[in-house]
Design a protein around this ligand. Structure first.
Ligand SMILES: Cc1ncc(COP(=O)(O)O)c(C=O)c1O
Length: 414
């Protein structure tokens, strides 16, 4: 198989009509939710090719979100590690501070088209919650956001933002009180409310059609970045990378590059290390399984129960991964790497200090991998999806890492 050329028609072929990427994906639902997901699928198929929908989304992206976001060359950061050039696709400059608004505005438009009154979702880092609350305010919809108590404490600024935007933030108090439990709670609510509401899943996850729909909405990242990078340099990057939680910023960045001779790296959280409960590196340690209504790789025990997961980045703290990632991993098209909390935090402070950009902790994982790549390759280029900005994280970071003194960044100043 030609590693790149076989992907020429990929977006037309995947997923299949019933939502499969090879053996992954699908829609495994309780009987009462089957009509709700079918309704969303039919509505999305009806509008996604309509000129009116596409034009309206384009207008929103330009006038409300501030797209296109720029590609930026990190000259100072690159110089620290040799001659490999690091570039960023600045999704941190998208309105609300992360890529999540790309799919939330699309999902909001869909909710309006379907005549729904309310949007429901889970959130980990709070970025999807803020983005959906923003879309709800824009479209005049009610908004319920389910969030684990642990994440509520960690991502306090985003909780306040959601409330100011008019959303109800509903604390989830069972289990580990993080993202997986928030997804469970949002599903449960949707089961009762699907007549009036639509569940706007926060990543390329969940039952069909959400992995496809979210990927399609997010692919604006890679479409823009590919053209911008070429305009800047006259060539393609040697590599692109992005952090992988459920997989939305990464698939948005990666899918437009699949047929190009570009190496692609998804970066997962290795947290405190490789013991169970210390990481959320699904591709490194997971096995094939089913979670939240779809088949993919899952961190699970021998009975198929999800294992406890951990990451310093609330948005990466999930025991599964989107089904499209599982397929592209098996095809050998995407490589998966994992970086620890400490590596991500050093990258957080390096990007802040040497480029004047404070990244989200999630995105810092991708920056950390780009730094490793630059150190190893010494030449060429890597384009990083900087999925979000770090405003939401600064209280937590300051409390736990001060201003980065432990990383002794002065050592980089030659
Ligand atoms: C800034 C940021 N980046 C990345 C992620 C991970 O999500 P995904 O893998 O869907 O892009 C999150 C999730 O909350 C986030 O807030």
């Amino acid at each position: 198989m030609n590693k790149y050329k076989d992907f020429d028609n990929y977006l037309k072929e995947f997923p299949s009509e019933d939502g499969y990427f090879g053996e992954y994906g699908g829609a495994y639902l309780t009987p009462e939710l089957v009509p709700a997901f079918e309704e969303a699928d039919n509505a999305y198929e009806a509008i996604c090719h309509s000129a009116q929908f596409i034009n309206e989304l384009r207008r929103i992206r330009k006038e409300f979100q501030g797209r296109p976001t720029p590609v930026y060359h990190c000259e100072r950061l690159s110089k620290l590690f040799g001659n490999c050039q690091i570039y960023l696709k600045r999704e941190d400059l998208n309105h609300t501070g992360a890529h999540k608004l790309n799919h939330c505005m699309g999902e909001g438009l869909l909710a309006k088209f379907m005549g729904k009154k309310k949007v429901i979702a889970e959130t980990g880092a709070g970025q999807h919650g803020v983005a959906l609350a923003t879309a709800a305010a824009y479209f005049g919809l009610e908004c319920d956001i389910y969030m684990g108590e642990v994440d509520i404490a960690k991502q306090h600024p985003n909780v306040i933002r959601m409330k100011m935007l008019g959303a109800n933030v509903i604390p989830v108090t069972h289990g580990l009180k993080t993202l997986k439990e928030a997804v469970d709670a949002a599903f449960e609510a949707y089961t009762k409310e699907y007549h009036d509401a639509i569940y706007c899943i926060g990543s390329c996850l969940g039952p069909h059609p959400f992995p496809k729909m979210v990927r399609d909405f997010q692919s604006v990242i890679g479409i823009e970045a590919r053209e911008q990078f070429f305009d800047m340099t006259g060539i393609m990057p040697d590599a692109v990378c992005a952090c992988v939680g459920g997989g939305s910023n990464s698939l948005g960045m990666f899918t437009p590059f699949l047929a190009d001779p570009v190496e692609i790296y998804g970066v997962e959280p290795l947290g405190r290390g490789s013991n169970v409960g210390d990481h959320a590196a699904t591709m490194k340690f997971g096995t094939k399984g089913r979670l939240h209504g779809f088949d993919s790789y899952v961190l699970q025990d021998e009975n198929g129960e999800p294992l406890p997961v951990y990451s310093i980045a609330s948005g990466l703290d999930y025991p599964g991964v989107g089904p499209e990632h599982a397929y592209l991993r098996d095809q050998g098209r995407i490589h998966y790497e994992a970086v620890t909390d400490e590596e991500a935090m050093e990258a957080f402070f390096l990007l802040s200090r040497f480029e004047g950009i404070i990244p989200a902790i999630e995105s810092s994982h991708a920056v950390a991998y780009a730094i490793k790549y630059a150190k190893e390759h010494k030449s060429g280029s890597i384009l990083v999806c900087l999925s979000g900005r770090g405003d939401k994280d600064i209280d937590y970071v300051y409390e736990n890492y001060g201003c980065g003194e432990q990383f002794n960044l002065d050592k980089y100043i030659k």
